[in-house]
Write a protein that binds this ligand. Structure first.
Ligand SMILES: C[S@@+](CC[C@H](N)C(=O)[O-])C[C@H]1O[C@@H](n2cnc3c(N)ncnc32)[C@H](O)[C@@H]1O
Length: 231
């Protein structure tokens, strides 16, 4: 018996070096308390992941080592955050940060974001971050890119009208691709008013590890903010 098409594949690394013992123990004890389990049926209301439903829930997709997510969660203690990442070592780092900083407003989906997006209640997410997604530069790998029509269609459903989608990339070709896909999507409007809007991060947008590496290598990052249209 089949239940529709197989889930899409995730490309890229799931594991790096073996976790150090302390980090592994902390992850084993804390991650189960923070991890999101998808419902067997029905939609997932993300506010109900928190003991007191927060006024809004924000989502970071592919948080890497989680430094941006932890900083956002520290800055916005009343907001609920969902972080999604497939790379085990990145998840473990974030778990360590959560414990160290005493952050109670983060929940983790340590897997491919797409099944999560399929489950989330419509119009339940107030902000989305996709920062430096893997560019997959080879033409034949473009279909692996996370920013694609199918992802944007899912985001259009789960984002509240007026919600912000923040993206960053240091790859010129992926930038052109992002702009083409986003400006061509009826649910999203580009919030930029002038070059400063894409050349500089907003003050409440901390740098990620990947951005620092990109700058150190002489690549110039670009920052994009799109708004989920009201209709
Ligand atoms: C280039 S890294 C950038 C990490 C981080 N955002 C930063 O700026 O430092 C892209 C991340 O996206 C994650 N990723 C890729 N596809 C994903 C998916 N389908 N669901 C969740 N995370 C994904 C990868 O594991 C990787 O850590």
């Amino acid at each position: 018996m089949t239940d529709g098409p197989p889930p899409p594949r995730v490309y890229g690394r799931r594991r790096g070096r073996p976790l150090r013992q302390g980090r592994r123990r902390l992850t084993e004890s804390l991650l189960p308390q923070l991890a999101i389990t998808l419902p067997q049926a029905g939609a997932l209301d993300p506010k109900l992941l928190f003991p007191t439903p927060p006024p809004a829930v924000w989502l970071e997709i592919g948080f890497g080592a989680g430094e941006h997510l932890a900083a956002q969660a520290e800055q916005h203690r009343t907001i609920g955050f969902i972080g999604c990442e497939v790379f085990e070592n990145g998840v473990a780092r974030l778990v360590g940060d959560i414990a160290r900083r005493g952050l109670e407003n983060i929940r983790i989906f340590a897997d491919d974001v797409r099944p999560l997006l399929d489950c989330l209640k419509p119009a339940s997410i107030g902000r989305v971050f996709i920062l430096f997604p893997d560019p997959w530069p080879k033409q034949r790998h473009h279909k692996r890119r996370l920013v694609a029509r199918a992802t944007l269609d899912r985001l259009a459903i789960v984002m509240q009208p007026g919600a912000e989608l923040r993206l960053a990339t240091d790859d010129r070709d992926y930038l052109a691709w992002m702009l083409e896909h986003l400006t061509g999507h009826p649910a999203f409007a580009w919030a930029a008013r002038g070059p400063a809007d894409w050349r500089e991060r907003a003050p409440d947008w901390p740098a990620t590890r990947y951005e620092e590496k990109a700058r150190a290598a002489g690549r110039i990052p670009v920052f994009l903010r799109f708004i989920r249209r009201e209709t």
